[in-house]
Each structure stands twice: as C-alpha cells, then as structure tokens.
Design a binder for this molecule. Structure first.
Ligand code: HEM
Length: 474
C-alpha cells in the first residue's frame, strides 16, 4: 500500500480497521477508537495508519478493495506476496503513478526506475552493498558512534534531546562516510537542510490522480523537488568531480563504482545526471529510514523496561564498556532482535510501492485482471491476526530462531522483497545494531513529560510531533 494507492481509497469505512490489541500496553497505532471516548478516541483515530481501510484488512489474506479509480487487490498472504515480488515479478512492475512520484523526488535514482535502466544501475551499485563491502564499512560506523558520544555527553543529566534530529544526524554522517567517503559538514549540512521538512507528499490527494489536475500538480511537485535539492546539486557535483580526478581513492565505495562506470564506458553506463540522482537517492533513502527505525526502537525500549534490562545485560556481557565493532555483531543477538521487533511493530516503510498487473494472473486463488493495482503493506502484514500471535505486543523473542522456524519469510517485510528488495538492507541492520549497542551501553532515554507520541505515515513512519526524550547516563 503506497502513498499513491492510499490517496485513491474510498471514504473511511464506518468500522475503521484496528489491530487486535490483546491487552498490550497502549502503544500508539493500536488502540480502538470505537471503544474510547473524547480525547482518547481522537488520539486513537489520528494514530490509525491506513485508517480508511476496512477491518477485513487484518483478517482476510487476499481480497479486492474498491477505490475511486478502480480496484486494488490487497495481498497479505505471504505466499501471495512472494508471487508478486518474486515468482511472477515480471508481471508486476511498480505502478506508473508510483514511478512518477519517486522520479519527482529522486530523478533516475534506483527507487523510481523500471526495466533496463533500473537493471543496469542496480548491477553497477549492488557490489557496494554485498556483505563483504558492508563489513568493510564497520570501522566508519564505529568512528561515527565514537564521535557522537560528545554530543550527548554535553547534555546535563535528565536533559532533553531531540531524538529524530540526533538520529538523522548520526545516520547521515554514516551514509556520507561509508558510501561516499566524505565527512565534510557542507554536504552533510545541505542534505540535512533539504530534508528538514520531510517529503513533499503530505498534500498528495485525489486531485493528484485525476486526468487534468494530476499532471499539473505533478509538474508543480517536480519543480518544488528540484528547488528543494538545488542547493545540494553544486556540492554533489564537486564531490563527483573530485572523484573523477582520483577514481581509485580514497576507497572502493559506492561513489567510486558510479564514477568508474561513467569513466569506463561514458554515458552508456551512467550519465553524470544519473550519478547525481543515485547519490541523492542513497543520501536520502539511506539515512532517513535507519534513523526512523532507531527512533521507534528507543521509544519502544522506554515503554518496555524488561526488554531494556535484557538489552543492557547483553551489552555488559559482550562489550563491557567498549564501543562495538563489526566483529561483535554475531554476539549481539538480543540487540538485533530488539531492532527486528521494533521494525515489525513500527515498520519504517509502512507500505511498499504499488505494483500493477501487466497480464491476468491468479494470487492465492483470487483472479487478478490485467491493469489492476496490487497493494502490499508491511504495516498490515506485520499486524495481521492470521500471521502473528498477539501482534500488538512488543516481544523481541518472537525473532528467536526456534520461534521463527514456522514463519513464512514473506510475513515480515521491513525491507520489501524480491529483486526490488532494499539494496541497503544488510548495511541498515548492521548499522542499527551497532548504533543501538554503542549508545544504549552509555545512556537510557525516557519520553519527555510533555511529549505526545503520534504516528505519521508519510513514505516513512515518523513520530508526528517529534520525539523529545530525557537523557540519563548509565
Ligand atoms: C531501516 C532501514 C531501511 C528500511 C526499513 C528500508 C526499506 C526499504 C523498502 C521497504 C524498500 C522497497 C520498496 C519497494 O519495494 O517499493 C527499499 C528500497 C530501497 N532502499 Fe531501503 N530501507 C532502509 C535502509 C536503506 C539504506 C541504508 C539504503 C542505502 C544506503 C537504502 C536504499 C534503498 C534503495 C536504493 C532502494 C530501491 C531499491 C530498488 O528498487 O532497486 N535503504 N528500502
């Protein structure tokens, strides 16, 4: 379920969809507004991700939904998800609207292209994300964590930190250091500035899909996006030019691969404009997502002291006070489970891109017609009553190998799946584990007393009113 599909939903169903809560602590997104009154009901309604959906979404595994422009098949059966994303993937390209939306954001970056262009670029970029390359980024991640301590050490005991801003700052520095081998404040500052108001989709609505208003609004959006990233363009051009003069160094990072592909075969492999689009894509897609995953993890830990205590015990045993390195990853099993469970409860990408059927097909017994839209939503999959036991409960141990054994691989989809799976998946997981282990060893965070927590699904799942937390040394 993408943002573009969401815009086509018909009016809210009178019985809005709610996830069975099973008496879990009242986490935002899981309370049933029908059972509440006044302010509590308002908050619950505001926190419903995909609140226009019928309650069937959390009970049925594959069914057809009516929308203003036609029908959408909502697929939550893991076998059906696999059919769309893997087994019959050639039949299900990203929808036209989805591609246009992401092209407005990222140009010819990997997220919004299809076909040969996407395949060629993905092939050039993939080696920079394989496990061996990702392992080589370990020291840069450790260095960034070491450098970050100073920021929180300067905060007085019990003082308030602006968590989203701090997590974005840290993950941005890591992307800049690992993918492009830069740590200069000018580029990093410009990326942060271009993102400070989030993605320009909050006004995405029915007018965007109507034949006359749609193209006009899209052109306006494209102009605004170009404006938003313009200050960055010159800095990125300088980065590319510097590397073209020295293609071998300083490291065989992603920028090196992009520039070498361009120098070796000219525009046949990648034009300068395409390099710029990929650099922006990785800067944005590569830091905002990981930062949101960490924000929700800190929040969930603050609400679940038992899980937090177990995390602290593992960190004391494995690290005993030192900053973790790549070699510690295999021993930080509980830390990893905390991140995995946090991305189940609050998936950073609540809906993956809408796909469209090129030809008739059948998904888990449901006949799909050529041209129909297919929606797959991690938010729904991760909270589906038929796929998870007590889906509204935060329980990192559900990712223990013995408890994961019978689970279908496509019931859990924080990074998507198939050929279009997140290219940065391994990097993101390693990075999130190393950051959490480094910081949780030294600090505990609690929700600031006046902080309201609410969900905002806007490509990524963000804390709507920010997340100010009080900082406590351990
Ligand atoms: C917790 C962190 C992250 C999450 C939850 C996440 C999630 C996702 C998801 C769900 C998709 C698939 C979207 C679809 O099928 O429509 C995706 C694609 C992508 N992600 Fe990530 N991502 C994360 C981190 C990263 C990082 C660190 C990078 C790069 C350094 C990255 C770069 C990309 C790119 C380039 C794509 C498009 C891939 C393609 O279509 O070939 N992501 N991500």
């Amino acid at each position: 379920m993408s943002v573009t599909t969401l815009a086509t939903m018909t009016a809210p169903s009178p019985a809005a969809a709610t996830i069975p809560a099973f008496g879990a602590p009242a986490l935002p997104g899981f309370a049933d507004p029908r059972k509440l009154r006044g302010e509590a009901a308002r908050k619950a309604r505001q926190n419903q991700v995909f609140g226009n959906l019928t309650p069937r979404a959390y009970e049925d595994l594959v069914f057809r939904l009516r929308t203003i422009t036609g029908s959408v098949v909502l697929v939550s059966d893991p076998a059906g998800v696999k059919r769309v994303l893997v087994d019959n993937v050639a039949n299900y390209p990203k929808s036209e609207m989805e591609q246009r939306f992401f092209r407005a954001l990222f140009g010819d970056g990997l997220v919004g292209t299809e076909g040969d262009l996407w395949r060629r670029h993905r092939r050039i970029m993939a080696p920079a994300f394989d496990p061996r390359s990702v392992a080589s980024y370990g020291p840069a991640i450790t260095r960034a964590c070491d450098a970050f301590y100073g920021r929180w050490d300067a905060v007085p005991e019990g003082g308030v930190v602006d968590l989203p801003s701090d997590m974005s700052g840290l993950t941005l520095r890591i992307i800049a250091g690992t993918m492009f081998s830069v740590d200069t404040d000018d580029v990093i500052g410009l990326v942060a500035d271009s993102m400070k108001d989030g993605f320009d989709i909050s006004q995405f609505n029915i007018l965007d899909i109507l034949p006359i208003t749609g193209p006009i609004r899209m052109r306006r959006r494209e102009r605004r996006m170009a404006e938003q990233f313009r200050p960055l363009d010159a800095a990125i051009r300088r980065m590319i030019e510097a590397r073209e003069k020295d293609p071998q160094g300083p490291a065989a990072d992603l920028l090196g691969r992009l520039v070498t592909a361009h120098l070796d075969s000219g525009d046949a492999a990648m034009t300068e404009r395409e390099i710029r689009d990929q650099v922006i894509t990785i800067f944005i897609a590569g830091h905002e997502t990981t930062a949101q995953a960490l924000n929700w993890t800190w929040y969930l830990l603050s609400q679940h002291p038992e899980a937090e205590a177990r995390l602290h015990a593992e960190l004391a045993e494995v690290l005993g006070g030192r900053t973790p390195t790549q070699d510690d990853l295999s021993k930080l099993a509980y830390t990893r489970r905390v991140i995995e469970e946090s991305m189940r409860v609050y998936p950073t990408a609540p809906g993956i891109s809408a796909r469209v059927a090129k030809a008739d097909d059948e998904i888990c017994g449901l006949k799909v017609r050529k041209g129909e839209h297919i929606a797959i939503a991690p938010w729904i999959l991760h909270h589906h009553a038929k796929l998870w036991d007590q889906p509204a409960r935060f329980d990192p141990d559900r990712f223990l190998p013995e408890r994961s054994a019978g689970r279908h691989r496509f019931a859990y989809l924080p990074f998507g799946g198939g050929p279009r799976v997140c290219i940065g998946q391994v990097l993101a997981m390693n990075e999130a584990v190393l950051i959490l282990a480094s910081l949780a060893q030294r600090y505990t965070l609690r929700l600031a007393p006046d902080q309201e927590v609410a969900l905002q699904a806007n490509v990524t799942l963000r804390p709507k009113y920010g997340l100010r937390m009080t900082l406590h040394r351990r």
